[in-house]
Structures are given as C-alpha cells and as structure tokens.
Design a protein around this ligand. Sequence first.
Ligand code: AMP
Length: 215
Amino acid sequence: MKLILLGAPGAGKGTVANMLSEIDGSVQISTGDILRAAVKEGTELGKKAEGFMKAGDLVPDELIMGIMKERLKEDDCKNGYLLDGFPRTIPQAEQLQAMLEEMGEKLDAVVNLDVPRDVILDRLTTRRTCTSCNAIYNVKSKPPKVEGVCDECGGEVVQRDDETEEAISSRLDVYNEKTAPLAGFYEKEGMLMTVNATSSDAVVAAIKDKCGLAA
Ligand code: AMP
C-alpha cells in the first residue's frame, strides 16, 4: 500500500498507520517521529526544527523535503509506505508529486481522517508517547501497564512538549490554515477518500476495502 494519511493532529494517523503496517508490511513514515528523533539526538536537523516544533508551528518545507527525498529511496519503502504527517502544505504536496513521478511511483489513495474538534482536543491532552519507540498511549483509554513505562520497550512514556493546551490550539490553527487545503488539492486529483475517523478500526476496514486487501 502507498498511502498518504491526512488529518488534524490527534485524528489517529499514527494509530491507523501502525495497524495497517502490521497487516501488509508497508512501512510507516512519520515526519514528526523523524524530527523528534533528530531533536533528541541533537543533530543539525534537530537544532533547526526544535523551536518550530515546540511552538506548534510547521518546520520549513525545505527541511522536510530534504528528509523525505532520502527517506522514500530507502529499501524498506519497496513494500509500500504510509505517510503520516507528510505532506502538510501545498508546496510539500506538489514536490512530493514531482518526486513520485520521477521515481515512477503512484499512490493508492489519500485518506482524510475526519474527527470533530472536541474529540481531537480530548485525545491530544490525554495522549502520552514513548520517547524511545513512539508507541502511543492514552491516560483514559489505553494507559501503559506501569505508569510512565512503555509496555513495548520499557522506555519512558511522557506527554509531548507540543501537547500542552496552548501548543495544541496553535497546531490546530496551523492545520486549518496550511494542511486542511490539501484535501481539496487531492480531491481535484481524484485521489481523496474521506473517512469518519472516530474509530480507528472503522478507518482500517474502509482502507482495506478500498485497497482490495482481504478482510
Ligand atoms: P506530528 O507528530 O506529525 O504531529 O508532528 C509534530 C511536529 O513536527 C509538527 O507540529 C511540526 O512542527 C513538525 N512536522 C511534522 N511533520 C511536518 C511536515 N510535514 N511539515 C512541517 N512540519 C512538520
């Protein structure tokens, strides 16, 4: 499967990508995870991205395209990929299209995960993330077995810096202004599939159906 997962922060892109990846081996590529790892390691990329991320702003397109040009050429992308959090602006989408054309590749679909704002706010303020393997938890619906410790890898489970109420509100504004227009962009291309994403299981079922994967 080669998919773009579109949707506001907290719409469940990461969860859905994870579930799909287990089904058919497509690799999940999250630009947010790549950037957080770079910040943690203190690389040049991380130093450039950190301020934007903490403020809930987008990292400049040039940096993101630099990452993705390399990432999509890696071997594990041959089995398919699930783009989670990329593209996030029209220029990123245009450059991705040019890149895919050059590589002779075609996406199966662009899935727009539609979730009401109040559900998103609740999900994000209660979300916790493993700093080592990026596993996602929720203090209400899916807490780790031991508080603060990842069930998968034993890493530290924390609230992300950009998941304070102030940063979340800014991220949602940025989403509405810069990323939401991508739905129109891909609709014109005839690639958009919008799904009610209140339940991740229902989203996965709809995508499997669309992509012809066995139930
Ligand atoms: P995410 O985990 O996808 O919500 O991303 C966390 C943060 O990383 C975002 O709020 C942005 O600051 C940055 N980021 C991730 N992906 C992109 C992208 N495609 N374009 C610009 N900034 C990004």
